[in-house]
Design a protein around this ligand. Structure first.
Ligand SMILES: *Cc1c(COP(=O)(O)O)cnc(C)c1O
Length: 401
């Protein structure tokens, strides 16, 4: 793992992005984009093949039966491609939601004409294995379950292992949105059984935005021929064409692919998924400890905090104003992220990207300065936010028991 301060700061006076993608990339990743490639040319076809091989290798145990299908677009395009391609038109999806991305997946099912039922746990309570088992037992029409690995809207790391066990025991299929976790949190099919997952170029692999990828059982891809609702988002068609020609069906994001291959090499050099996850966890621990020293509270208990992004309650102090706080952080070289909760005012700090604990310590120092500039005396959240958190957490515990 790189020592604190080992990463050079972004060049050209760029701020660090404390956001869950686009995020701060290495200068070498940006540099890889400084030439043009012909999409038909053998050089680029070799790049596509390398990208697919490297991603499948990252799956680890059980990955031999899987194939990688890269596809143009942002992460949501890939979620839509996965749902439309693998869920047959007469299938039915159980969508597990505890935040914005789960709700978006449900809306996607609705838009593309796939029947679905929604388990909505609110802002951040995790969907648990036993409730998934209950719903599947009660509704034999459900063919697929869609789970969010890290729900980026709160930062919760959902318990995908127990969800996968429940889905497997019920003989249904599991689709995982691992957009913001893949590459930093292990998702080995030999350990956590699933049929397909999606992620994108601009999250934990630390590439730039422009495409995503499906990793699915080969048998599942082959069986999905003709099922998609869409021409452009058809996973089977993209896979079939790529297998036959080595090319993407439509114009590929050539520069983004070049940057991504550089990012994949850096991922490997750092030590793979375990080392990437360890660096992000160290980032999280540094920022959470520092923010707590300043008086902030996290939305989640430590046991649910992901190494991806952390939600903090906004201070109750009337001098606190998110817009001015944002500007104060930007002036100090850090782009922060607004919160996405319905219960309380909050903001988020990402732990992913080309950053280490040395950077996170500077983030905490900048937060302290920005609060002083605003005249905020205490970073403590309103009592109502903490009461709401305690209420929801005890309700969640009862439900699990
Ligand atoms: C980033 C992300 C997505 C995709 O969002 P886009 O804006 O379309 O890239 C989907 N799910 C999760 C959990 C994410 O973090």
């Amino acid at each position: 793992m790189a020592a604190p301060g080992a990463f050079p700061p972004p060049k050209l006076g760029e701020p660090y992005l404390l956001t869950p993608g686009p995020l701060t990339t290495d200068y070498g990743v940006k540099q890889a984009m400084l030439r043009d490639w012909g999409s038909w040319d053998g050089d680029f076809r070799a790049m596509t093949a390398e990208l697919r091989q490297r991603l499948v290798a990252m799956l680890g145990a059980g990955g031999e039966d899987y194939t990688c299908v890269p596809m143009q677009g942002s992460g949501s395009y890939l979620v839509e491609a996965m749902l439309g391609s693998f869920v047959p038109r007469n299938g039915k999806v159980l969508v597990l939601a505890n935040g914005a991305y789960g709700l978006r997946a449900a809306k996607t099912c609705q838009t593309i004409g796939r029947a679905h039922v929604l388990l909505d746990k609110g802002d951040y309570m995790p969907p648990r294995g036993d409730e998934v088992a209950r719903i599947l037992a009660d509704d034999p029409a459900i063919t697929h379950v869609l789970a969010i690995h890290c729900e980026t809207s709160s930062g919760i790391l959902n318990p995908v292992a127990e969800i996968a066990a429940a889905v497997q025991a019920a003989g249904r299929k599991l689709l995982i949105d691992s957009m913001s976790a893949f590459g930093a949190v292990p998702l080995e099919p030999g350990v956590i059984p699933y049929d397909a997952m999606v992620s994108s170029s601009n999250k934990c692999i630390e590439g730039v935005p422009g495409f995503g990828f499906v990793m699915a059982r080969k048998a599942e891809v082959i069986a999905s021929a003709g099922q998609s609702h869409s021409l452009a988002l058809d996973v089977h068609a993209q896979w079939d064409y790529m297998e036959k020609t080595g090319q993407w069906r439509f114009t590929p994001p050539t520069h983004v692919v070049a940057a991504f291959i550089e990012a994949l090499k850096m991922h490997e050099a750092e030590g793979g998924v375990a080392a990437r996850g360890a660096r992000y966890a160290a980032n999280r621990d540094a920022v959470v400890a520092g923010m707590r020293r300043l008086g902030f509270e996290t939305l989640l208990d430590d046991s649910w905090l992901s190494p991806i992004i952390v939600t903090f309650f906004s201070p109750a102090d009337p001098a606190f104003d998110f817009g001015r706080f944002y500007d104060g952080m930007k002036a100090r070289g850090f782009i922060i992220y607004p919160g996405k909760l319905t219960v309380a005012e909050s903001f988020r700090l990402g732990c992913i990207g080309r950053m280490d604990t040395g950077v996170m310590d500077r983030v905490v120092a900048a937060v302290g300065e920005a609060l002083t500039e605003l005249g905020v005396a205490s970073a403590a959240p309103p009592a109502s936010a903490l009461q709401e958190r305690a209420k929801l957490q005890s309700a969640g515990q009862e439900e699990i028991a």
